[in-house]
Design a protein around this ligand. Structure first.
Ligand code: NAD
Ligand code: TYD
Length: 367
């Protein structure tokens, strides 16, 4: 039995990871530490009960006394750090929280891990990071583990800083630390500020679909369960001090993603009388697309080369993008309670700040 401390385990990827591990390794004890910011939601961890296999602690990774106490009491074998401020647009509105949690919080966790783990090779510190640390690509090529860091947003810069700290703690103190750099995730429980859930929900409700700039920006999409299986693999097989790129080899332009979501929802509504009654809409939802003012410093293209994960460990995603995106649309259609509760609260204030002045954008040309 391993004891695994999961920080940020009530957020999107963290909660998917906890549910994934519960199934894949039922014998492990999972301890979730989460501050429950706007992005943390206990409804994501539904079905888990406090007991020998699972505990939830509400707290901040910046709180060294709390974190050190958890290390002493729980004696974890593995730490997986998901806790972060994760949304680029919010980092542009207010970078302070990103510096506090993503840099200082990671530093605090590393200090607690150094005191407890030392250079013990059996005690692992897995730091979950992003491909955004590498900056923006031109039309060709992909990020490898050797690509120099070149972060462009306050979010990416704060993640890059934490990655450097993790590297230094391995190099200097021998902490058995590993960093994973993953591309854009999608799937259940993603907060509806991110592209895919925002577009699914707006399209269902017949609201305008705000596409930044010319919609030609490219992201490389990975289904969240495939990210979880990659982290599981890295815990078991990863080499301390290494970094691993994780991606879905699924580059898509934003405008194509939004168009696909519109088609999938149109099709579902056409086949489901109840859904059509709940969300009446005539014509194609593609008519809701609006090109709006671009995000400042908007990275053009991301693409991950995940050859190292594939060659060293035989890791690969389970299904193709087209299959997973359909499942994702289904999940949001079938779990309306989950997101209705979120978008009825303070979310509306965020939405107004982010999109209020932007929504006068133009619709795409016909045809
Ligand atoms: P999220 O915003 O959905 O969840 C973050 C979680 O961290 C929330 O539960 C929040 O309450 C918690 N948290 C925030 N500040 C905290 C603090 N100070 N102390 C304790 N808990 C705190 O984020 P996500 O999308 O699940 O991302 C998880 C990690 O994966 C992040 O580190 C992110 O950088 C990285 N990542 C995300 C993506 C993606 O597409 N979402 C891709 C690659 C990497
Ligand atoms: P996002 O989900 O915020 O992830 P990231 O910025 O970390 O890649 O955005 C994905 C892409 O979608 C990005 O190029 C910005 C774009 N985007 C829109 O066009 N409209 C939106 O309303 C949002 C949230 C994102």
């Amino acid at each position: 039995m391993r004891r695994i401390l999961v920080t940020g385990g009530a957020g999107f990827i963290g909660s998917n990871f906890v549910l994934y591990m519960r199934k894949a390794h039922p014998e492990d004890r999972l301890i979730v530490l989460d501050r429950l910011t706007y992005a943390g939601n206990l409804a994501n961890l539904i079905g888990l009960e406090e007991g020998p296999e699972y505990s939830f602690i509400r707290g901040d990774i910046n709180d060294l006394d709390l974190v050190s106490g958890i290390f002493r009491k729980e004696e974890p074998d593995v730490v997986v750090n998901f806790a972060a401020e994760s949304h680029v647009d919010r980092s542009i509105l207010g970078p302070g929280e990103f510096v506090r949690t993503n840099i200082n919080g990671a530093f605090t966790l590393l200090e607690a891990a150094r005191a407890c783990f030392g250079a013990n090779p059996a005690k692992r510190f897995i730091h979950v990071s992003t491909d955004e640390v590498y900056g923006s690509l031109g039309p060709e090529g992909a990020f490898t583990e050797e690509t120099p860091y070149s972060p462009n947003s306050p979010y990416a810069a704060s993640k890059a800083a934490s990655d450097h700290l993790v590297r230094a703690y391995h190099h200097t103190y021998g902490l058995a630390a590993i960093t994973t750099n993953c591309s854009n995730n999608y799937g259940p429980f993603q907060f509806p500020e991110k592209l895919i859930p925002l577009m699914i929900i707006n399209a269902l409700k017949g609201k305008e679909l705000p596409v930044y700039g010319d919609g030609q920006n490219v992201r490389d999409w990975l289904y969240v369960a495939d990210h979880c299986s990659a982290i599981d693999t890295v815990i078991e097989k990863g080499r301390a001090g290494e970094t691993y790129n994780i991606g879905g080899r699924s580059e898509r332009r934003n405008i194509d993603i939004v168009g696909l979501i519109c088609s999938l929802i149109d099709e579902r509504a056409a086949a489901d009388k109840k859904l059509k009654e709940a969300y009446p809409f005539e014509g194609s939802r593609k008519g809701l697309i609006r090109f709006v003012k671009d995000r400042p410093g908007h990275d053009r293209r991301y693409a991950i080369d995940c050859t190292k994960m594939e060659k060293e460990f035989g890791w690969t995603q389970k299904a193709a993008f087209e299959e997973w995106i359909k499942k994702t649309v289904d999940w949001y259609v079938e779990n309306r309670d989950w997101w209705e509760r979120i978008i009825s609260g303070e979310y509306m204030g965020y939405y107004e700040t982010q999109y209020g002045g932007r929504m006068s954008g133009r619709a795409p040309a016909k045809g």
